[in-house]
Unconditional design. Structure first.
Length: 154
């Protein structure tokens, strides 16, 4: 059965498998390159894109490794869990730099197994087994910004 599209509080459609894949991609980029999580992302059902700040362009081999690592995490069938914690506690377990100043004192933390922990209000799958296969369809690098375009397949 295919996951359904859900609406967030802004009535924007979200596709949980793609949104969860974004979390895994972000953590993979942090681990491989030591860069921040994506500062600009456009997540859609058919294809998505994320931008990362990098001092130099990655090689073709590194792009293939990103894809391979993301799929290795997906294939572990990790549970995706949600907890509500204080802002203070959240600051010790997740990067809160993208959150607005007026955020509440209680934050929603999404965990992808032991691989990724992130404050997030989006819709997610319950297990990475629901995501499918992650495929980078194109990328470009300009002025310190790597843009990855990707999709999910069965």
């Amino acid at each position: 059965m295919e996951p359904e599209i859900q609406l967030n509080e802004h009535n924007k459609q979200e596709y949980p498998p793609m949104h969860t894949a974004e979390h895994i991609l972000n953590q993979t980029m942090v681990r491989m390159f030591g860069c921040p999580r994506s500062r600009n992302a456009h997540i859609e059902r058919k294809k998505s894109k994320c931008d990362y700040e990098l001092p130099e362009a990655p090689t073709e081999e590194q792009i293939k490794e990103i894809e391979q690592r993301v799929n290795e995490v997906i294939d572990q069938h990790l549970p995706v869990t949600i907890d509500y914690v204080s802002k203070e506690e959240a600051s010790s377990i997740a990067d809160l730099s993208k959150l607005p100043d007026h955020v509440s004192e209680t934050l929603r933390i999404v965990r992808v197994g032991d691989y990724d922990t992130c404050a997030c209000i989006g819709s997610h799958v319950e297990n990475t087994a629901e995501i499918g296969h992650f495929k980078i369809i194109s990328f470009d690098y300009s002025d310190g910004r790597l843009r990855l375009r990707f999709k999910l397949t069965e």
